[in-house]
Design a binder for this molecule. Structure first.
Ligand SMILES: [Zn+2]
Length: 453
């Protein structure tokens, strides 16, 4: 069902690129200039790897501020003596530092000294393909200096100091640019996100921002849409990573939810609705990795076995065996065991009034008495106990009474709300972002419409 549809969707996007990349750029440019947001030369349309990806580099002042988040350690591009006597060793699949030292002809005394240098040497025990270890050898064939590039942004430097090595860090600050993506959902949030060119990590982050108000397994439907404004990190003109979501919007069944990142005067960061109400809720609605749920949009189904025995008192999420199950809120595990009907089950107590239960698990990864955090994995989906197929049976109890987790939300403690000066400063901060979200979304929709002709 999904495959042919995706093909069609791709065709639409392809046609959108073919006909309207220019239109998109023009439309965006025109609208943005009208909105007074950017100069005409600052909007860059970027095709790969997305059908219509717009990289927006709109606010240099913001970028500089955001870059401060990253380390401020001195960057020294030209290290003294960094020349031909250096040898760059690419980390290969299955490599260890000892294998690299072997290839470089260094002996195990050097290896041991580097590994013993200080606590930061620990990172050398798990090196990954794609990283680089650069080695400098002295006239006696001993290691004199080693540079370990953990990422394009972060290098650890080990310098001989007598018989041992001293450790230093070199960190580069990426240039932070803003990026925008928009998509209409046809099959699932994950597929729409991928079509729009969002990374898996960014899709999960988007879902996590709205996880307290939207159940990304049960709620999404065709016609939903999202817009997201987020940070991308560049180094020497190349994208090296992604930062945080700055602002995002999700329209579910015609209802609009928006979230804006805000750091309050105490330095605490979080996402808030336009009214200044925290998006972080005591419970997340869907307590499992929604990207692993097999079929979306048609998940409301009766419990095949229990409905004839007693009223069904939970929500069932069909998902493949092994799908991670999360604690829906902070709490304490009160039970983790096995019974003939529940199979492997976990119960979590949250404050005094709330309890959540997770049944038919394949594996349990928490013990009674253990404290758990919201989003922490407590087990995996299975079909143990009285279950016809792999699914998570999830129950939500308030004062010992089963409730629909969604309608029970009203009885929950009020989420943090910004007030007074804090609210004023939040409003001032998001004003531009609100305009940007609306403007880019409109321009994007216009481009798709004109491209489809
Ligand atoms: Zn059930």
């Amino acid at each position: 069902m999904i495959k042919p549809f995706l093909t069609e969707l791709r065709a639409v996007f392809k046609s959108a690129i073919g006909h309207s990349l220019g239109v998109l750029t023009l439309a965006l440019g025109a609208v943005l200039i009208l909105a007074g947001l950017v100069g005409s030369d600052q909007v860059e349309a970027n095709r790969a790897p997305t059908p219509i990806a717009v990289t927006l580099d709109i606010a240099p002042s913001t970028a500089t501020t955001d870059a401060d988040v990253y380390s401020t350690v001195q960057v020294s591009g030209e290290q003294a003596g960094y020349n031909a006597s250096w040898r760059d060793m690419e980390v290969r699949k299955g490599d260890s530092l000892s294998m690299i030292f072997g290839r470089a002809g260094l002996d195990s005394t050097d290896l041991q000294s580097v590994l013993d240098a200080d606590a930061r040497s620990k990172s050398l025990r798990s090196i990954y393909p794609g990283q680089t270890v650069s080695i400098k050898v002295d006239s006696e064939g001993r290691l004199s200096e080693m540079r370990y590039a953990r990422s394009p942004l972060e290098t650890r430097i080990f310098t001989r100091n007598g018989e041992g090595f001293s450790v230093a860090e070199e960190t580069r600050s990426p240039e932070v640019r803003k990026a925008f993506r928009h998509a209409n959902l046809k099959s699932s949030l994950f597929e729409a996100g991928q079509e729009a060119g969002l990374s898996g990590r960014m899709i999960l982050e988007l879902a996590s921002v709205f996880g307290g108000v939207i159940d990304f397994v049960l709620d999404p439907r065709a016609g939903d849409s999202f817009s997201v404004l987020y940070e991308e990190q560049y180094l020497d003109g190349e994208k090296v990573g992604e930062g945080a979501i700055i602002a995002a919007e999700y329209v579910n069944d015609g209802k609009r939810f928006a979230a804006y990142r805000y750091t309050d005067s105490n330095g605490d960061q979080g996402y808030f609705s336009a009214d200044g109400v925290s998006m972080r809720k005591a419970f997340m609605l869907a307590p499992l990795d929604f990207t692993r749920v097999s079929s979306n949009f048609n998940m409301r189904r009766m419990h095949p076995i229990m409905k004839v025995i007693r009223p069904h008192r939970g929500v069932d999420y069909s998902a493949s065996t092994g799908t991670p199950v999360y604690a829906s809120g902070d709490g304490k595990v009160t039970a983790s065991g096995y019974s003939r009907s529940n199979g492997n089950y976990v119960y979590i107590q949250h404050d005094n009034r709330y309890m959540t239960r997770y049944l038919h698990l394949h594996k349990r990864t928490v013990k009674p008495g253990e404290r758990v955090k919201q989003g922490q994995t407590i087990g995996t989906v299975g079909a143990t106990g009285l279950a016809t197929g792999p699914h998570l049976h999830y129950e939500f109890l308030v004062d010992g009474v089963h409730k629909n987790p969604r309608t029970a939300l009203e009885s929950l403690p009020r989420a943090r709300t910004l007030a007074g000066k804090e609210l004023a400063s939040f409003r001032a901060k998001i004003a531009g972002e609100q305009t940007q979200l609306a403007t880019y979304t409109n321009a994007w929709e216009m481009a798709i419409v004109s491209g489809a002709e």
